[in-house]
Design a binder for this molecule. Structure first.
Ligand SMILES: [Zn+2]
Ligand SMILES: [Zn+2]
Length: 271
């Protein structure tokens, strides 16, 4: 059994009462945090999770809505951590790590403490990478098509044996690209960004600003053979119209489509 907690689901400037996209994946004793926007400490607190429980943090890319909380989270470890605490392993591309180090440097300067001791796994930005974080948990990182300034990676998580056979996939921020079907091949759950709506803004149908529409998300879910599709990172201008985006994706994809609310916990049971 694995659990996915949607800590936040919003775009860079989120809807009222919402925050930026971040997810916590719970697999056995492993707690994988995906992205670290400016509200990360409050997002974790809202679902009753302490940063002490996090074992890994994966950063999709350097944009502020995905990375600005990094210095604050590291500050938490610096101030709150006891000597026994294992600081989480950080996983990102070299480009993203450069930005994270700059953020830390301008926020609190060198701390020479627990934050600096966090183990790092540097994954490739230009090609597919694989990282085994546990004998039965494989992470696959896949280049997406988002921004030259902030190159982005999607994440595929596969589990087996004692955790059950599960595949879940997260696009992070991305425009349409051929890698998504591979990223989400046979996924039980595809969490796909749908910043825009091709129904409400037909001029954005091909994707725009390195982002996708709900229609594109639906097509990718179908091409990948995914079972469920979560639409996230929906632009704030669509507040109250999430149903339109869900129906837009449903016209392309027969599986279950939903727009998670912040704090939603989804459990995938073993088959
Ligand atoms: Zn974003
Ligand atoms: Zn972005």
């Amino acid at each position: 059994m694995i659990e996915i907690i949607f800590l936040g689901v919003g775009a860079a400037i989120p809807m009222r009462n919402s925050t930026n996209t971040a997810y916590l994946i719970c697999i056995g004793n492993e707690r994988i945090l995906i992205d670290c926007g400016p509200a990360i400490l409050q997002q974790l607190d809202a679902v009753g999770v302490s940063p002490a429980e996090i074992t890994h943090i994966f950063f999709t890319h350097r944009h502020g809505d995905h990375a600005l909380g990094y210095p604050m989270l590291m500050l938490w470890y610096e101030i709150s951590a006891d000597a026994q605490l294992q600081v989480p392993t950080l996983i990102a591309s070299a480009q993203t790590f450069d930005a994270l180090d700059t953020l830390m440097g301008v926020s609190y300067g060198p701390m020479d403490g627990v934050a600096e001791s966090a183990p790092r796994i540097i994954v490739p930005q230009e090609r597919i990478g694989q990282t085994q974080i546990h004998p039965n948990i494989m992470l696959t990182t896949v280049p997406m098509a988002h921004s030259d300034f902030a190159p982005s990676l999607g994440l595929r998580i596969e589990t087996r044996h004692q955790f059950g056979n599960h595949i879940i996939a997260f696009t992070g921020d991305t425009g349409p690209n051929d890698h998504i079907a591979l990223l989400a091949r046979d996924a039980e759950l595809l969490v796909h960004e749908a910043a825009y709506s091709a129904t409400l803004n037909p001029e954005y149908a091909a994707g725009i600003y390195g982002h996708s529409t709900a229609q594109i998300a639906g097509r990718n879910a179908k091409a990948a053979g995914a079972k469920r599709l979560a639409l996230v990172h929906i632009d704030a201008m669509y507040e109250g119209q999430e149903r339109v985006l869900i129906e837009e994706a449903q016209r392309e994809f027969d599986g279950h489509v939903f727009a998670p609310v912040p704090g939603l916990s989804l459990t995938l049971d073993d088959k």
